[in-house]
Design a protein around this ligand. Structure first.
Ligand code: ADP
Ligand code: MG
Length: 461
C-alpha cells in the first residue's frame, strides 16, 4: 500500500468504498498533505492550484465527522460565486452518496430566498453558499449556526478579491468559538494571512508547489541583434498578443523606469514596479494591475517577488534572467489556475551562454522564434479595459464595497457589469470601472453620497 493510499487514513468504510467506486486510486498531493491533519481536527490552510483535488480534501473531512442524526448545521462552506457553490455541493453529494441521508443546502444570491428559507427550516447538515447571502440569512434568523463544527473557506483568495472580507468577518461572529477552520486557496496574498490570523487557531499551512513548466506555459525565445531592438520587439509581442495582463522583467531598476516610460509614450497602460517606489505607489500599482486598469507592469525580480496575481497572460523577459531558477520563477507567474500562459524571452549574442545553460536546466533545446512582422508596429497600442477611481474614504470611514456599488449603480448608465474589482483599504478605496464609463462614474461619485457622506474622487488610471 503506497503512502498516498486512502486506506492509510482514518476514513470510515462507507467513504472508502465510495472513493474506490469513484475511481480515486490514491490521494492527490494536497489531499495526502492535508487530510490527516483535517481528520485530526486541526485548522488547516491548503494552498494548491486549481484542479488539485481540494474539494475532496475538505469534503471528506466534513463527511467523516458528520453526525447524520443531528439536524443542526454542522458544516459551512463559503465560496466566491454561485457556480462554485453549486459545483462544491454536487461534489460533496457525490462523496456522501454511500452515507445515509446527508442533507446539503446551497445558499446563494440569485436563488429565491423563500425556497432557501424553507429548505433550511427542514434541517440540513451542510450549508454551502456565498458570503453575502449567508450573512443575510444569519441576520434574519433563518439560518442558525450555533452548533457549527467546521467552517471552510474555499477559494479564499477570490472571495477576498471580490470584497467579501467584511461578510466573512460578520459571519464568524455567529459561529461558536470552538470549531475547526479550513481555508483553501490557489494563491496566498497578505490579505489571506490576515483573515487566517483572525479566524483560525494555529493553522497548519500546507502548500503544494505546482510544476508549471510541464503544463500550460508556452515558452518562446527571440534572438535580437542588439539592445536597441529590445523595445520594438517588446512592442511587437504586446501588439500581437494584446494580453490583459503582462509582466515585463528587467534586470535593473534603471531599465524598469526607462522601459515603462517608453511604453507609456506609445500609449500602453503601464506602470513600473521597483524598489524605489513608496509603499502607497507600489500598492496602487498592484491594485490597478489586479483590477485590469493597468495591463503592463515592468518589474525587477526583487520588486516582482511579492506579486501574487492569479492569471498573467504574458511574461516578457526583456533580458535573460541571471540564472535558470530566476527564469523559472518569473515565468511560473503565467499559466496559473489552468489558464494558458505565454512566456517570451529576448536574448542577444551576449546572452547566448545563459540561454544554453537555461536549455540544459529546462531539458530542451532552445530554438529562436521569428518575431511578428514589423508592420504591426503601425497599429495603435491598446488600453487596459478598466480604469480606477480612488475614493477618499476606506475602512476607517466604514465604507464597504456594497456601498460603492450601490451609489455607482444609481447612475442610469452604469450597471453591475461595468464595475470591476473593489479594494477598500484603511483610508482609501479603489473601484475599477469600465474605461468607457469611468468619466461618468467619476462625475456621479463626486456629486452623490456614499452611505450618506461625500468623498473626494480621483481618477488614477
Ligand atoms: P480544486 O478544488 O483543487 O480546483 P477539485 O476538487 O475540483 O479541484 O478536483 C478536480 C478534479 O479531480 C475533480 O474532478 C475531482 O473529482 C478529481 N479528484 C479529486 N480527488 C481525486 C483523487 N484522489 N483521484 C482522482 N481524481 C480526483
Ligand atoms: Mg476548488
Amino acid at each position: 500500500m503506497s503512502d498516498t493510499s486512502f486506506q492509510n487514513i482514518a476514513l470510515n468504510q462507507q467513504l472508502l468504498s465510495n472513493i474506490e467506486s469513484l475511481g480515486y486510486k490514491s490521494m492527490t498531493p494536497i489531499q495526502a498533505e492535508s487530510l490527516p491533519a483535517i481528520l485530526d481536527g486541526i485548522d488547516v490552510i491548503g494552498q494548491a492550484k486549481t484542479g488539485s483535488g481540494k474539494t475532496a480534501a475538505f469534503g471528506l473531512g466534513i463527511l467523516q465527522k458528520l453526525d447524520a442524526k443531528n439536524f443542526n448545521v454542522q458544516s459551512l462552506v463559503l465560496c466566491p460565486t454561485r457556480e462554485l457553490a453549486e459545483q462544491v455541493a454536487e461534489d460533496i453529494r457525490t462523496l456522501a452518496r454511500t452515507l445515509a441521508n446527508i442533507k446539503v443546502a446551497v445558499v446563494c444570491g440569485g436563488i429565491p430566498k423563500k425556497i432557501q428559507t424553507a429548505s433550511l427550516a427542514n434541517g440540513v447538515h451542510i450549508v454551502i453558499g456565498t458570503p453575502g447571502r449567508v450573512e443575510e440569512h444569519l441576520e434574519q434568523g433563518t439560518l442558525e449556526l450555533a452548533q457549527l463544527e467546521t467552517l471552510v473557506l474555499d477559494e479564499a483568495d477570490r472571495m477576498l478579491d471580490m470584497g467579501f472580507q467584511p461578510s466573512i468577518d460578520a459571519i464568524a461572529d455567529y459561529l461558536p468559538k470552538q470549531r475547526q477552520n479550513l481555508l483553501f486557496s490557489a494563491t496566498f496574498p497578505e490579505s489571506i494571512e490576515s483573515i487566517a490570523s483572525r479566524l483560525m487557531l494555529k493553522p497548519k499551512h500546507v502548500k503544494i508547489e505546482s510544476d508549471h513548466l510541464d503544463s500550460d506555459i508556452s515558452q518562446n525565445f527571440y534572438k535580437i541583434q542588439d539592445d536597441s531592438q529590445r523595445l520594438s520587439a517588446t512592442r511587437l509581442l504586446l501588439l500581437e498578443n494584446r494580453p490583459d495582463s503582462t509582466v515585463i522583467f528587467c534586470n535593473t531598476k534603471k531599465e524598469v523606469k526607462e522601459i515603462a516610460g517608453e511604453l507609456r509614450k506609445f500609449g500602453f497602460s503601464v506602470l513600473p514596479l521597483h524598489g524605489d517606489l513608496d509603499q502607497i505607489d507600489r500598492d496602487q500599482a498592484l491594485i490597478q494591475f489586479a483590477n485590469k486598469s493597468i495591463s503592463i507592469l515592468v518589474a525587477t525580480d526583487v520588486a516582482g517577488r511579492g506579486l501574487d496575481i492569479e492569471a498573467l497572460d504574458l511574461v516578457i523577459n526583456y533580458h535573460t534572467a541571471s540564472d535558470p531558477e530566476t527564469h523559472v520563477h518569473r515565468i511560473g507567474r503565467t499559466g496559473r489556475a489552468g489558464n494558458q500562459g505565454l512566456a517570451c524571452s529576448l536574448y542577444s549574442d551576449k546572452e547566448v551562454f545563459k540561454i544554453k545553460r537555461l536549455g540544459e536546466h529546462l531539458g530542451f533545446k532552445i530554438e529562436a522564434h521569428k518575431l511578428p512582422d514589423l508592420a504591426l508596429l503601425k497599429q495603435p497600442s491598446f488600453k487596459a479595459p478598466m480604469a480606477t477611481l480612488q475614493i477618499s474614504g476606506g475602512k476607517k470611514n466604514k465604507v464597504r464595497p456594497g456601498d460603492i456599488v450601490g451609489t455607482l449603480t444609481n447612475h442610469p448608465d452604469i450597471n453591475g457589469d461595468d464595475i470591476g474589482k473593489i479594494k477598500v483599504a484603511a483610508n482609501w478605496s479603489y473601484v475599477a470601472v469600465r474605461r468607457n464609463h469611468v468619466d461618468s462614474a467619476l462625475r456621479h461619485l463626486s456629486q452623490e453620497k456614499i452611505k450618506g457622506r461625500k468623498y473626494k474622487i480621483k481618477r488614477i488610471s
